[in-house]
Design a protein around this ligand. Structure first.
Ligand SMILES: *Cc1c(COP(=O)(O)O)cnc(C)c1O
Length: 398
């Protein structure tokens, strides 16, 4: 018999009762160190006093009013994001897929507004992940996510990630711009190479095209900058973000330059929930922490500690891991055994991780993770890896 909760997820049979910092607890007292953070989303960890207070206080005042009225919490959050980034203007929605939908619509609308309505196509990268709406599975382009859902939505072309030659060759009279992740997340924590993002900027400028970055996963402090593209010193036309932006409360955002934002005139795009007082109160509470002096710099330091530890584990477990890649608190281990096997071994040690494509195990802890928790995670990962060695497995089987 079908379960009342639709069977579209493969859920691990654990129920968490509450959490504190980087830890999640079950009702019967088991403790797990959360290096998955709800898929890179619980940016302030669990039970964060500032975030929970902001949500509770705002919920008691007013949760939702709709975008028929002014929303000071959204005005403040937008102004702070503009102040801290390349952007001139921000649109709020409720998820990463919606932020990307808004980005693609904004690209098309900008081209139409600039007198080139035939330029509606967006060039995306293979290995990308942009979400699960009908258009975003087409932008993603992965046959695994498209299968069974009928014809792909038109308007997306795909080129190999990190190839500037391929990006240039894919441009036609119908191209509006590019959309790539500065670090591919679901694809397996694959960072853009040194000159890739800057190269895309130059190509876009040569052809009058728009450059968009999907920072739903790598944005909002995860790499030690507010946005990952800042490391490449590139100024995009649009950036989508979501996941960590409100610490686990549903919120997505599209940040754009004025060139793009001015075409999003009243009535052109919208959402009922997007940018509600409650969601934006949560977003502001997250920014309170991220923008504290030294907080982002500290993520760089913690990222280095995690990275050095992971490199040591990779070196001592060559049968289990090939390599480690990523930036800041967004690291991926390329596994030599099935990534789910390592994930399960970690789970039995008490360490929560997330798998990604390309047989990668993701380590994406809350941004508030402490050094002691990083060291504990590394110890448990090493213990899990020892049990995943093909040699020790065959010994165990005898
Ligand atoms: C998770 C993710 C999305 C989709 O976000 P949802 O909130 O699940 O719709 C889009 N892009 C990237 C890079 C992501 O990691």
């Amino acid at each position: 018999m079908i379960s009342p909760l639709m069977p579209n997820y493969n859920r691990i049979d654990i129920v968490f009762d509450h959490g504190e910092g980087a830890w999640l607890m079950t009702a019967d007292g088991q403790r797990f160190l959360d290096f998955g953070a709800g898929i890179a989303t619980s940016s302030l960890g669990h039970g964060h006093p500032g975030l929970t207070r902001a949500i509770a206080e705002q919920a008691a005042r007013v949760i939702h009013v709709s975008n028929l009225y002014r929303i000071p919490q959204a005005e403040r959050l937008a102004a702070r994001l503009v102040e801290a980034s390349f952007a001139d203007s921000v649109f709020f929605c409720n998820s990463g897929a919606e932020a990307n939908e808004a980005l693609v619509k904004a690209f098309r609308k900008t081209m139409a507004g600039e007198g080139k309505p035939e330029r509606y196509r967006v060039i995306c990268a293979t290995g990308a992940f942009h979400g699960r709406t009908l258009a975003m599975i087409s932008a993603t382009g992965n046959p695994k996510y498209l299968a069974g859902f009928g014809p792909a939505v038109a308007g997306f072309d795909h080129v190999p990630f990190n190839s500037l030659a391929a990006a240039r060759a894919a441009i036609t009279e119908e191209t509006a711009g590019f959309l790539v992740e500065p670090i591919q997340g679901e694809g397996g924590i694959i960072p853009a190479e040194e000159n890739y993002l800057a190269g895309l900027r130059s190509i876009a400028d040569e052809h009058g095209l728009l450059l968009g970055f999907d920072e739903v996963q790598c944005g909002m402090g995860r790499t030690g900058k507010l946005f990952a593209h800042e490391w490449a010193h590139v100024i995009p036309d649009a950036v989508s973000t979501a996941k960590g932006v409100a610490g686990g409360f549903p919120l997505g955002a599209l940040l754009t330059s004025e060139r793009v934002a001015k075409h999003l005139v009243p009535g052109s795009h919208g959402t009922t929930y997007g940018g509600s007082p409650l969601a934006c109160a949560a977003g502001n509470a997250v920014l309170d922490v991220l923008l504290e002096p030294g907080f982002l710099e500290n993520i760089v330091k913690k990222g280095e500690r995690l990275r050095m530890g992971l490199e040591t584990v990779v070196k001592s477990e060559p049968e289990v891991f090939y390599s480690v890649r990523g930036q800041g608190l967004m690291q991926g281990l390329v596994c030599a055994v099935p990534n789910t096997q390592v994930q399960n071994a970690c789970l039995s040690e008490g360490l929560l991780t997330v798998v990604a494509n390309d047989n990668v195990l993701r380590m994406v802890p809350p941004l508030i993770v402490g050094d002691a928790d990083i060291d504990t995670a590394l110890t448990w990962l090493a213990a899990a890896a020892r049990r995943c060695r093909p040699s020790s497995l065959s010994v165990a089987a005898k």
